[in-house]
Design a protein around this ligand. Sequence first.
Ligand code: 3IO
Length: 348
Amino acid sequence: MKTKHLKPLLVVFVVAVSLLGGSSVCPPAEANDKPIKLTYAFFAPAGTFPGKQMAHWAEEIEKRTEGLVKVQTFPGGTLLGARDMYDGVSSGVADIGLGSPSYDPGRFPLTSGVALPVKFPNATVASLTLLDLMMEFKPAEYEPFKIITMFTTEPGHIQSRDPVASLEDLKGMKLRAAGTGVPVLKALGAAPVGMPMPQVPESVQTGVIDGTMTSREVLKDFKLAEMLHHVLEYPTVVVTFAAVMDKKKWDALPDKVKKVIDELAREMAIWTGQYHDKQNVGEALAWAKKEHDLQIHTLSEEETAKWDALLAPMVQTWTEEMEAKGLPAAKFLERLRQLRDQYAQEYQ
Ligand code: 3IO
């Protein structure tokens, strides 16, 4: 039998790879290991940064399980959309689903604390903070799920058809955000609408909205710079993402596969944050400036102080609301600030 002779070679190869300092790999696949197929759904296109995260995860899982696990990805909402992602995973439409808890703060109350105006410096710091908080607090909102990974956008910026450089400019402007961004825009005096990202281009086109508040790579990745020529240099709140698997499906996986998935959770938070912070957003801004004459606006010091003062009470309000529901909101925020400051030293 051919495989009999190949097997020692495979062992040597695996050991050699491990010694070279590569990431850990599963023990070699046994002949009786049945291939495992996993479907993985995401609500936005493959070319966006969460879509790239999904493809990278799929590739790493296949590599590190030596082909034992095969992942079939469904980007672009082809299997599940933004609003039915988590229920779809629960009911088995997809094995894994990447959704945005920020779209449904009522369902993910503790997660929404990461999308408060707490001045994260970038997506990497916010992503690691988010993941650690979830591992430490194990919130009941993920009860039916196994968390595969989590990450965030950079803090959102107002991107609009007309320039915004003061509260006066913002007054009554129809701006769209994820659910967690709606109270921010409201506090600043805009007319906010909550809406998933894939609906934004058409909503701008038809005049339903005058702009959006989110991470700035959408100017290129959703071609929004063709219509939105103005960005305000005032970082607000991040948007959270969580890839989850149904817990019963997870329980049925072999231990060696679970181990690979677990070790990837944190790696993916960093990988995605770094790609978004170091490449994705910068490339989009350069493209939008060159191709679509993007204008960047700043607030005066005095105006910045006014904006900050309007947003500050949100944190206290959130804490009171969550504590009233019996959630450990004050402790959560205290730990959030510690992690934020710790990771901010490592990831500038
Ligand atoms: C987002 C969602 C899907 C694909 C690319 C994206 N870039 C930023 C977001 C955040 C988001 O969903 C939002 O609503 O601001």
